[in-house]
Design a protein around this ligand. Structure first.
Ligand code: ACO
Length: 321
């Protein structure tokens, strides 16, 4: 008997308001040309006051539940990956649970910034395989617009808001489906390269995103190519056997450089950074949902997820859909 966490459903949610580079350039000293050339970003969604990490996460979760054919009462575990929770506590996962009307279950947040969804998937995978729950909702949800310094053009043009969700279900699989491997990493010595300059225990304020862009870029390409190599070795497959790679959507240049290092053609890379910008922990499940819904990712495909973010933290997962 092989119990694995299989992908049972996906969902996503975006704030109502979409902002183009040109609209941003009207309030920040930047241009559509600079943003597109350096990042590939064209649009981002920005949350209105009534749209929060928990409400977006719950909207994405409802879609994922519907896709899986499940009810909130079927869920035994809710994990929300976020760096922008509604409140310092309680965990946004408990707010999502309340919004869904889900009864008593396990619910907590994971904080690993842009890699948060990969960390959450890995934790859920372990918990499902060891019997803690039968069905899990794993959500990446962010309202990064709330922690951006709108005077700092080197960061504020890069991020957007949104949420993505998956239902993972423990199943006794015989057909090779499910999560086949996950790998996680962190190197805290780089925590000053990408961080928020506030917090409850230091300044008592929420703070703003600060980043050394060039250093982040350099580490991202190296670390992502290396962790992708690790997970493919774990499953005994070569990169040419990957049907789809769903990367963290930070910057098209990082995505292109990583794919090139692995020898993966651009046709097998899911790209949403142009439409959503960097939605941190939400970017991988958002992109995954899009590619599942438009029919690119199909049952039986070998899919690789990867992300890197503040900490630095990074990780990857291989799954057969
Ligand atoms: N509009 C116009 N000009 C700008 C802007 C802007 N929004 N931002 C910076 N500039 C200017 C700078 O002031 C600088 O001008 P100068 O040469 O006169 O001093 C010039 O553009 C070049 O700036 P650099 O920072 O050197 O530009 P670079 O080519 O490194 O691109 C970028 C910056 C896009 C941030 C890049 O470093 C990057 O993508 N890094 C990765 C960061 C990232 O994706 N972080 C997300 C979180 S981590 C993760 O998810 C992996």
């Amino acid at each position: 008997m092989t119990v694995r966490a299989i992908l049972a459903g996906t969902g996503s949610a975006l704030p109502r308001t979409r902002v183009s580079n040109a609209e941003l350039a009207a309030r920040v000293d930047t241009s559509d040309e600079w943003i597109v050339e350096r990042t590939g970003i064209r649009f981002r969604h920005i949350a209105e006051p009534d749209e929060t990490t928990a409400t977006l996460g719950a909207d994405a979760a409802r879609q994922a539940l519907a896709a899986a054919g499940l009810e909130p009462s079927d869920i035994g575990l809710i994990i929300v990956a976020t760096a922008t929770p509604d409140n310092t506590f309680p965990a946004s996962a408990t707010k999502v649970q309340a919004l869904l009307g889900a009864p008593d279950c396990i619910a907590f947040d994971v904080a690993a910034v842009c890699s948060g969804f990969l960390y959450a998937v890995s934790v859920a995978d372990s918990m499902l395989r060891t019997g803690a729950a039968k069905h899990a909702l794993v959500i990446g949800s962010e309202t990064f617009s709330r922690i951006l310094d709108w005077e700092d053009r080197t960061t504020c043009v890069l991020f957007g808001d949104g949420a993505g969700a998956v239902v993972l279900s423990a199943e006794d699989v015989e057909d090779g489906r499910g999560i086949l491997a996950t790998r996680l990493h962190a190197e805290g010595k780089y925590c000053d390269m990408l961080y928020v300059d506030g917090g409850p225990s230091t300044t008592g304020t929420v703070g703003h995103v600060r980043m050394q862009g060039r250093e982040v870029f350099r580490h991202a390409v190296t670390n992502l190519a290396s962790v992708l190599g690790e997970v493919m070795t774990d499953v005994g497959l070569s990169p040419d056997q990957i049907d789809w790679i769903v990367p963290h959507q930070a910057n098209k240049r990082i995505i292109d450089a990583t794919a090139k290092k692995l020898g993966l053609p651009p046709e097998r890379v899911v790209l949403t950074v142009d439409q959503h910008a960097n939605t941190s922990a939400a970017s991988v499940p958002l992109a995954l949902d899009l590619a599942v819904r438009d029919g690119r990712i199909k049952r039986g495909d070998l899919v690789v997820l990867e992300a890197m973010g503040g900490g630095f933290t990074w990780g990857a997962a291989v799954l057969r859909v």
